[in-house]
Write a protein that binds this ligand. Structure first.
Ligand SMILES: Cc1cc2nc3c(=O)[nH]c(=O)nc-3n(C[C@H](O)[C@H](O)[C@H](O)COP(=O)(O)O)c2cc1C
Length: 172
């Protein structure tokens, strides 16, 4: 499938929307709820068994996904802002809460992502941060953007340990 050409058209996520998907251990989509299907612009059939990166927007810095995977693989929940690319080239912002779900015997069942709308102030703050991180990683690599992300957190009196709570706070 060809990658959509990004446009400046934003698709609004309303305050009652809850966009849910599940994936296997590699991030391939195994479930997409109706609102996920609707906002992405893809059909259920186009989404299932495809990697979540089908939604990857070129404005997203790699370091966010590195941080996501480093943590969820260890069973730690991550709350992070994501700008996603729709089939029509438009985009939508979400605050995603991603976690590993386990079977009763403790083995891996799937990853679950639950996404909500993002406030205009958080879009502004995070949009500017992600633009900086993207530039840094294009010029100096992901390690440098990871350091820049750590600096951003420190400037706000935060660290990777308080990442999730801080991201939630920013959305108020
Ligand atoms: C449950 C789950 C949900 C995800 N949701 C998204 C998403 O909405 N958008 C996105 O770009 N990546 C999402 N990812 C991350 C992708 O797997 C991938 O790391 C990311 O798109 C970067 O792709 P790339 O490494 O091929 O550049 C999700 C991963 C998991 C496990």
């Amino acid at each position: 499938m060809e990658r959509p050409v990004p446009t400046d058209v934003e698709h609004e996520v309303s305050s009652i929307d809850l966009i849910v998907s599940k994936s296997d251990a590699e991030g391939n989509i195994t479930y997409a709820n109706p609102i996920f299907v609707k906002i992405s612009g893809y059909s259920q059939g186009e989404l299932l068994d495809k990697p979540h990166s089908i939604l990857r927007h070129p404005d997203m810095p790699k370091v966010v996904f590195k941080y996501l995977w480093d943590n969820i693989k260890q069973g730690k929940e991550v709350v992070a802002y994501v700008k996603n690319l729709c089939k029509d080239g438009g985009y939508y912002w979400v605050l995603a809460q991603v976690r590993m779900a386990k079977n009763p015997d403790g083995s891996f069942r799937n990853y679950v992502s639950t996404r909500r709308c993002v406030s205009e102030s958080a879009k502004k703050t995070i949009g500017a941060l992600y633009a900086d991180l993207l530039k840094i990683e294009q010029e100096e690599g992901v390690e440098a953007s990871e350091k820049a992300l750590e600096n951003f957190l420190a400037e706000h009196g935060q660290s990777f340990d308080t990442f999730n709570d801080f991201m939630k706070q920013l959305n108020q």
